[in-house]
Ligand binder design. Structure first.
Ligand SMILES: [Ca+2]
Length: 543
């Protein structure tokens, strides 16, 4: 398999220091070798004219939706009016087979920032209880903003974070420690909903209630940043992690009414997506107004599939699943004049490729001494598919899901079921379950029936306040525990399923018996990557 240099992670501090040293050396050598013109791209020749202007590094803008499905937005055949995103796709490259880093929020974001499987970076699964759960994106990781910062970029983050924030009894890095000069957001979602959120922090300081909708609020903040903090000589990286359409959802009535009744969940959900499209339009207008858009690489995707079954394009599974519906998402790259316009790309790719691809497009070195799970897809973006070869198959692994591992190589996908049982506190779980049932029964709640069927306890929110408090205890007992890491690392697989996505995108026909050689090849690669990821995954239970 690819370039496995994971051994170098034995000493947590090494990777980051090695990377920073290498980046500084690279900058120094660029100045020595190229003189002022060579380093112009680092210093930023924004106001100059002539040859140096064309060498100016592009700005980078990442737009990430939260829980948006494969078939939500217009250019992917979805029902939501998204003219801005459709325009970016029409003027750039739109991937038909693009993948999130994980089927849930936090781990997916760790992959986006590092180009590595999330378990390597410290994030085995979602961190839901910030005081109770130690895991977070390890400070030793070299992130995309750190790579760009080392090459002279100003960096800012706007919106949800979900990679850990300092808590009462746990020290965790903030976005500032992960390479962002400026940040405006919060650990998890906007509270109490997208409307009038009360929990935004600006560089760690509470902001208080802000009127308006989350997607518009973070674009307002970015426009202020561009007005007040931007140095026209310096390229910037703006990272937008929108809360929409993750629940609890809210959108302006005028938009919701375009999709149905004001209290219809599907209509509100669609409204949050159109509202985000409108916010992105305001951002692009601003970039155009300051003459920055023509030299900006814009990337759009979602962090995982939708929790709504009707928005994943009929794919199998939804948010949380390692079948296609949980991980296949939109993927759009736009960089006028540099990425040929109007292309639809069928080669599989994913957010894991973002860091190496940005490095490839900018002609800069990625982090040194680190195993990247992603591949530089810049040849695909430039329409030179013949020059593209993937280093390592696209790969996903979630410790608390079954199937627990998935891999994609060409047209084939394989999923594998782990043969393991975590040492859960079954008695305590049964007790809380019974209490929830009693509370709902007593209140004669219509929520009782879905609870008894309980399939997705993580994503269900009870309207009954007492039941909701009990659900917190229930989740705490069921969420992946650090003490389960040895069980996970020593686990084997009991079942493998092979699918041909070119003829069977809904993963209905299992083909292992029909194509034993393909199955054996994918199985071996799946086992090799799993071994590599598990070897590098930190032992939180010992830390
Ligand atoms: Ca999400």
């Amino acid at each position: 398999m690819g370039r496995n240099r994971s051994k170098r992670h034995d000493h947590p501090g090494m990777t980051r220091r090695a990377f920073m040293g290498a980046a500084a050396a690279a900058t120094a050598s660029a100045i020595t070798a190229g003189g002022m013109l060579g380093c112009a791209s680092v210093a930023g020749p924004g106001r100059r004219t002539g040859p140096s202007r064309t060498r100016r590094r592009p700005n980078v803008v990442v737009l990430l939706a939260d829980d948006l499905g494969y078939q939500d937005i217009g250019c992917y055949g979805g029902p939501v009016r998204t003219p801005t995103l459709d325009h970016l796709a029409a003027e750039g490259v739109r991937f038909t087979d693009f993948y999130a880093g994980a089927p849930v929020c936090g781990p997916s974001r760790a992959v986006l920032l590092t180009g590595r499987h999330h378990a390597r970076t410290g994030m085995y699964g979602n961190v839901i209880f910030k005081d109770y759960q130690k895991p977070h994106l390890l400070e030793r990781e070299a992130t995309l903003p750190e790579v760009l910062k080392a090459h002279g970029y100003a960096t800012a983050h706007f919106g949800k974070w979900h990679l850990g924030m300092p808590a009462r009894n746990v020290k965790k890095p903030t976005p500032a420690e992960h390479g962002f000069d400026y940040w405006f957001g919060m650990n998890s979602g906007a509270h109490p909903s997208h409307k009038d959120p009360v929990n935004f922090l600006r560089n760690g300081q509470r902001v208080g209630k802000i009127e308006g909708y989350s997607c518009q609020i973070i674009v307002d903040e970015a426009i202020s940043w561009l007005n007040q903090k931007r140095d026209p000589e310096t390229p910037f990286f703006l990272n937008f992690w929108f809360h929409e359409p993750h629940d609890p959802i809210a959108a302006p009535d005028g938009i919701v009414s375009r999709y149905g009744d004001l209290n219809d969940e599907a209509a509100i959900y669609s409204g949050t997506i159109e509202n985000t499209d409108r916010a992105i339009a305001r951002l692009l207008d601003k970039l155009r107004a300051i003459d920055a858009l023509e030299n900006t690489l814009v990337f759009y995707t979602s962090d995982n599939g939708s929790y709504r079954d009707d928005r994943n394009g009929g794919l199998r599974g939804r948010k949380g699943s390692l079948y296609e519906g949980g991980i296949r998402v939109p993927g759009i790259f736009y960089w006028p004049g540099n990425i040929p316009r109007g292309r639809v790309e069928g080669e599989p790719a994913g957010v894991v490729d973002l860091l190496p691809t940005v490095c490839g497009l900018l002609g800069i070195e990625g982090p040194a001494g680190v195993h990247l799970d992603g591949t530089d897809i810049s040849p695909l973006l430039r329409g030179q598919s013949a020059r593209f070869a993937r280093d390592q198959a696209l790969y996903w692994a979630m410790p608390s899901k079954n199937p627990g591992v998935a891999i994609r190589r060409g047209k084939y996908s394989m999923v594998a079921y782990r043969d393991l049982e975590y040492p859960r506190d079954r008695a305590a779980i049964a007790k809380v379950e019974k209490e929830i049932e009693e509370v709902l029964r007593k209140a004669n709640s219509p929520e009782l029936l879905p609870w008894i069927e309980r399939t997705d306890y993580f994503y269900k929110v009870f309207k009954n306040k007492r039941a909701e408090r009990l659900r917190g205890r229930f989740m705490r007992l069921n969420v992946f525990q650090d003490s389960w890491i040895p069980t996970l690392k020593s686990s084997r697989f009991r079942r493998f399923e092979l699918y041909d996505l070119s003829t069977d995108p809904k993963q209905q026909k299992e083909l292992s018996a029909q194509f034993p050689e393909v199955a054996a090849r994918l199985k071996q690669e799946l086992l090799d990557i799993t071994a590599s990821v598990m070897a590098e995954g930190p032992d939180w239970h010992l830390m």
